[in-house]
Ligand binder design. Structure first.
Ligand code: TLP
Length: 345
């Protein structure tokens, strides 16, 4: 049975062009900085994000943690949203490994943090308090529904932070989805922050890896943090080669995933038992709940859909997340709607 996998865009497998590039990649020891393919990926990543330098890392989680280690010392405080991936889904690495105290603020429906809330969260200089060092943003915002924040907002937070001696790190795991939704180059969303992590292995379909970008000085510190985390990889060009194809070929097509997400949401909205969350989908993620008269839980419905060959994520007792990506075509969208209708009939 052919599976349709809507659980996440992390499930994407490399394209034939990526596999070919991986087989042909020129390699060297990246811990010595001698892998030409990794170096090329880092150069184009810095250019795309409007930053000075970049560092290839194993995952989005590693990129975010290396950034926090590079920006903060033990006992410093980072302000972040209570629905941010770093707060919810990164195993508490910010405190467990970086020794950083997290100060959580409520994310607004679009994933942003209010400037008034940021202002109130900054600690006065006083021996009782941890030192506020960093603001962490996320764009697109997974737990807020794949929503995105504008370049004006990114600039506003960066200006606010810099005027107070703070740094801004952006978890831009899906920054190219935000850029596609806004119709702007990604650098407009990334050039004002002090560091950004973006992922190659989500909608861009590369098999492994993320890139952390920032100033030369910051990347120097992040390089050390990556080593500390055990993330120094040797002939990593084999992975970076797929990442280069991802940036060159997959970024321009992300809008197609957004169109398919809209088509899928439209089809699902006509099924009795499905309640789409307001505003969904903003990008490539659809969030929906089961109506009260559906007797099964989301987990039970997900199991029944799995028997039809459709994989979806149950993200709460009654709710699901469905994510479109490169391997979801129009036929897969139609089958997903048919399977939902059959299971909920
Ligand atoms: N998100 C995954 C799961 O961890 C939930 C997913 O399926 O969406 N930032 C954001 C916004 C993310 O969504 C993710 C992964 C990460 C960071 C971490 O990336 P990885 O998995 O490469 O460590």
């Amino acid at each position: 049975m052919e599976l349709i996998d809507l659980r996440s865009d992390t499930v994407t497998k490399p394209t034939p062009e990526m596999l070919e590039a991986m087989a042909r990649a020129e390699l060297g020891d990246d811990v010595y900085g001698e892998d030409p393919t990794v170096n090329h990926l880092q150069e184009i990543s810095a250019e795309i994000t409007g930053q000075e330098a970049a560092l290839f890392v194993a995952s989005g989680t590693m990129g975010n943690l290396a950034a926090i280690l590079a920006h903060c010392g033990r006992g410093d405080e980072a302000i972040l949203g209570n629905k941010n991936h770093t707060f919810l889904f990164e195993a508490g690495g910010i405190s467990a490994l970086a020794g950083v105290h997290s100060h959580q603020l409520e994310n607004q429906p679009d994933g942003s943090l209010r400037i008034e809330d940021l202002q109130a969260a900054i600690r006065p200089l006083d021996a009782h308090f941890p030192s506020t060092r960093l603001i962490c943003l996320e764009n697109t915002h997974y737990r807020c529904g794949g929503t995105y924040q504008s370049s004006e907002y990114m600039r506003q937070v960066a200006d606010f932070a810099h005027a107070r001696g703070l740094k801004v790190h952006l978890d831009g795991a899906r920054i190219f989805n935000a850029a596609a939704a806004l119709g702007v180059p990604a650098r407009e969303l990334t050039q004002d922050v002090d560091s950004v992590t973006f992922c190659l292995s989500k909608g861009l379909s590369a098999p492994v890896g993320s890139v952390l970008c920032g100033s030369k000085e910051f990347i120097h510190a992040a390089h050390r943090a990556r080593k500390l985390l055990g993330g120094g990889m040797r002939q990593a060009g084999i992975l970076a080669a797929a990442g280069i194809v991802a940036l060159e070929k997959m970024v321009p097509r992300l809008g197609e995933d957004h169109v398919r997400a809209r088509n899928l949401a439209e089809g699902l909205s006509e099924i009795h038992g499905v309640i789409l969350q307001p505003g969904t989908p903003a990008t490539n993620m659809i969030f929906l709940d089961l109506a009260d008269d559906v007797l099964w839980s989301a987990k039970e419905v997900a199991e029944k859909l799995g028997e039809q060959g459709l994989l979806v994520s149950a993200v709460s007792e009654r709710g699901f997340r469905l994510v479109t990506h490169y391997w979801i075509d129009d036929a897969a969208v139609d089958k997903a709607v048919t399977d939902f209708a059959r299971v909920l009939a």
